[in-house]
Write a protein that binds this ligand. Structure first.
Ligand SMILES: Cc1cc2nc3c(=O)[nH]c(=O)nc-3n(C[C@H](O)[C@H](O)[C@H](O)COP(=O)(O)OP(=O)(O)OC[C@H]3O[C@@H](n4cnc5c(N)ncnc54)[C@H](O)[C@@H]3O)c2cc1C
Length: 409
């Protein structure tokens, strides 16, 4: 329902939703070389990862509009910004949910030194993400008594699973220099900026990870355990330190990690960051997938035609032995920014929200964001989070969700 796919409507895609989904407009020859080398190394081509069959390599479709990121704000909020029943309060840091007994009645927040309270006549919806939502629940007294009391937070609702079950897609790979001036290095220049702003074209429309794919690295899995992201750029240090030369980066992330981390409070100060412990690659199966994934990146980078572009290693394992790859991973592992699971949906004792995303033990409070996912999706998390939000919008409004058996009846 969300999707407005430029390829049109099909069994797997919508074409009239608010979220524009496009083929990338920046198509680096390095990205095409990655696909060609992956195919030469034995991976199938996949023209649409979202059409039933996930395995294979190809170009990613993007949530872009006119060559620029089509965010949720742009796609959903801006078009309805003049609705009389919508007010967006900016620059407010939420401190906690206000509770009367076990009923949520509003939220408290601050805007600089201005203390604010907002009351809710029907319900409060938390959507502060997989790090922020469990933090806010705990700051509101919803969590484990033995952890809240030492922080002098009054435990109001026992919820033993808050903050647990943290999952993400850990990522590592290889980076090579390229002599020819064909990567995104120095793409940020006035000419390219003018093309982006004027025509929505050019290298600055690149989503960086232009191509990639999915692979099962061992037999007996339910689906791919590794996803590739290939960037025609020296993408290093989580993108925080710009590359100094032309190059490319090929990374592999663990798609269905068995390791679990947690988010915890270390301070009753609502403006303090929570403690975030990911325990990446704690489980041996995750390490096995990671090693196989990085090895696959090494193989693809060493296969023609990509191999002929690689003029020298910038950051690669010392060899393709398990030990050297694991040492490389230990030094270079990064998040793929897909944290989920810390307010897990379910009906068991550790579930934080029920199947309608209502916080167990509290009336009038839902969590609607990536934190409710029981396990991380086998692919990037933005579209799945939007799908959760669309389903939740129906639940909040009491509408029969589109596409269900009940709706068809
Ligand atoms: C750098 C980066 C790149 C990514 N790239 C991709 C990608 O290419 N494809 C993809 O599918 N996914 C991508 N993701 C992941 C995707 O953005 C997330 O899965 C998705 O945004 C999760 O949505 P959410 O609503 O759960 O949380 P968020 O989008 O994180 O929203 C939570 C919001 O709550 C706010 N907040 C938190 N605490 C408070 C508080 N106390 N008071 C007020 N506000 C608060 C935060 O500022 C934030 O705006 C990327 C993420 C990052 C960080």
């Amino acid at each position: 329902r969300s999707e407005e796919n430029e390829r049109g409507e099909s069994e797997f895609h919508g074409a009239d939703g608010p979220l524009r989904v496009c083929d990338g407009r920046a198509r680096s020859e390095l990205s095409q070389a990655f696909i060609d080398s992956a195919v030469a190394a034995g991976h199938p081509v996949n023209d649409d990862f979202n059409a039933g069959e996930q395995d294979g390599v190809g170009w990613y479709q993007l949530t872009q509009r006119d060559g620029k990121r089509g965010s949720c704000a742009l796609s959903y909020l801006h078009p309805v910004s003049d609705r009389p029943n919508l007010t967006v309060e900016k620059h407010v840091h939420v401190l906690r949910v206000l509770l009367e007994g076990n009923r949520a009645t509003g939220i408290a927040g601050v805007r600089l030194d201005e203390v604010l309270e907002f009351s809710a006549s029907r319900e409060v919806i938390l959507c502060a993400g997989a790090y922020g939502s469990p933090q806010l629940l705990m700051l509101s007294g919803i969590g484990r008594r033995e952890e809240l009391e030492p922080l002098q937070i009054e435990p109001l609702v026992e919820s033993p699973g808050v903050g647990l079950n943290l999952q993400d897609h850990p990522n590592a790979g290889v980076i090579h220099a390229v002599e020819e001036p064909i990567s995104l290095f120095e793409a940020m220049n006035p000419d390219n900026l003018a093309r982006l702003m004027g025509e929505g074209q050019g290298p600055l429309t690149s989503n960086v990870a232009e191509v990639g794919g999915f692979v099962q690295t061992r037999a007996g899995l339910e689906g791919p355990d590794i996803q590739f992201h290939f960037a025609p750029a020296v993408f290093q240090h989580e993108g925080l330190i710009p590359g100094q030369e032309h190059g490319f980066a090929a990374g592999a992330c663990v798609l269905k990690p068995k390791s679990r981390g947690y988010v915890a409070l270390v301070s009753p100060d609502p403006t303090a960051k929570p403690l975030i412990v990911h325990n990446y690659l704690d489980h041996p199966d995750d390490r096995a997938s990671m090693i196989a994934g990085v090895r696959a990146c090494m193989e693809i980078a060493a296969t023609e035609p990509l191999a002929r572009y690689a003029s020298g290693p910038i950051n690669v394992p010392a060899s393709d032995s398990d030990e050297d790859i694991l040492a490389h991973v230990a030094a270079n592992l990064q998040t793929l920014y897909h944290p989920v699971g810390t307010c897990r949906m379910g009906t068991d004792e550790l579930a934080v929200v029920d199947p309608e995303l209502r916080v167990h033990g509290v009336e009038g409070l839902r969590v609607i964001d990536a934190s409710v996912m029981p396990t991380v999706t086998r692919g990037n998390t933005n579209a799945p989070t939007i799908a959760i939000a669309e389903r939740a919008a129906d639940l909040v409004r009491g509408r029969v969700p589109a596409g269900t058996a009940a709706a068809a009846a």
